[in-house]
Design a protein. Structure first.
Length: 313
């Protein structure tokens, strides 16, 4: 009797366990099905172009006839020994860091000003969107008109301030052309950081802020001890986005200076354009692309680690 009882008790348990297993298997199948389009899109849009660029960099390739013959690392060696390429990479690193820091500082200041604004806050936030929604080519044309030595806004303002010397030709000066591009770049992308930081400020705990104010924390002390720790993760993430955008600068260089005077404003993205679409040398353009990818990875990796740590904290 005891053995029969044990058998009859075990049968329902096995019966209930089988549907549970089927349910888990069905749930796993549904999850895989839902994730499959994302994985496929990542492979098609990310992995395939990367593999193609690597293969092109290791082969003799033209715009109409890619992957003609295997040349190994010859294209990479030629790019690394080309003074224009290495100079543009170094120039791009300095440029990206400087404009990203400037955009971050101005963006945080703008976000704090927006939080303090009351009656005109909505209008200010709307105006901040204008540089972001303006096509980069139009931004370049706008700043080219501003820097125009013949009647441009910059020289007009200088004349109103009492300067009557030779017109200031920003974009024609090897020492100032890159500064002019940086000013236009900062103007275009600072609102992005400002809006991201402003959103983080809106999510700040009001009770903590009010308690700190009652304890006598005001002004810069309040910002350093209360506000900055609360938005540090957002600032780091916004800085990372801005840094990547700065490494990709092409439109402003193309419109404002075309890499000149000489090669003083030539950036890797512009050299890639020249190699691929003017010289029809896909091998060289792919080699420069890989070198730029390595530089971007090395520069942005510490920022990524800092951003992750700040978000965890």
């Amino acid at each position: 009797m005891t053995e029969v009882t044990l058998v009859t008790d075990a049968a329902p348990r096995a019966a209930t366990r089988t549907p549970a297993r089927r349910g888990r298997a069905g749930g796993a199948w549904v999850r895989r099905t839902m994730v499959a389009p994302t994985v496929l899109a990542t492979l098609v849009l990310g992995a395939y172009p990367l593999v193609f660029i690597v293969l092109t960099a290791l082969s003799e390739s033209s715009l109409g006839r890619p992957l003609q013959s295997w040349v190994g690392t010859a294209n990479l060696t030629d790019a690394l020994t080309d003074g224009d390429v290495t100079a543009s990479l170094a120039r791009n690193v300095v440029y990206a860091v400087v404009v990203s820091v400037a955009s971050a500082v101005l963006g945080v200041v703008t976000a704090l000003a927006l939080r303090s604004a009351t009656s005109r806050g909505s209008l200010s936030r709307t105006l901040l969107l204008l540089p972001l929604i303006t096509p980069p080519v139009i931004v370049g044309v706008l700043w080219k008109l501003i820097f125009n030595p013949s009647g441009g806004l910059l020289n007009t303002l200088l004349s109103l301030l009492g300067y009557h010397g030779a017109p200031v030709a920003v974009l024609s000066s090897p020492g100032w052309a890159l500064v002019g591009i940086g000013v236009a770049d900062v103007w275009e992308w600072t609102p992005l950081i400002a809006l991201l930081v402003f959103a983080a400020l809106l999510g700040q705990d009001r009770e903590v802020a009010e308690a700190a104010a009652l304890d006598g924390a005001h002004g810069f002390r309040f910002f350093r001890s209360i506000t900055l720790p609360a938005i540090a993760g957002t600032i780091a993430a916004a800085f990372l986005i801005r840094l990547v955008l700065a490494f990709k600068v092409f439109d402003l260089v193309f419109v404002l200076t075309s890499g000149g005077p000489g090669t003083s404003t030539s950036m890797p993205a512009y050299l890639i354009y020249q190699a691929a679409l003017q010289q029809f040398d896909l091998g060289r353009s792919s080699a420069i692309t890989l070198l730029l990818a390595v530089v971007v990875t090395v520069v942005t990796l510490p920022v990524i680690l800092i951003a992750r740590r700040l978000h965890r904290d």
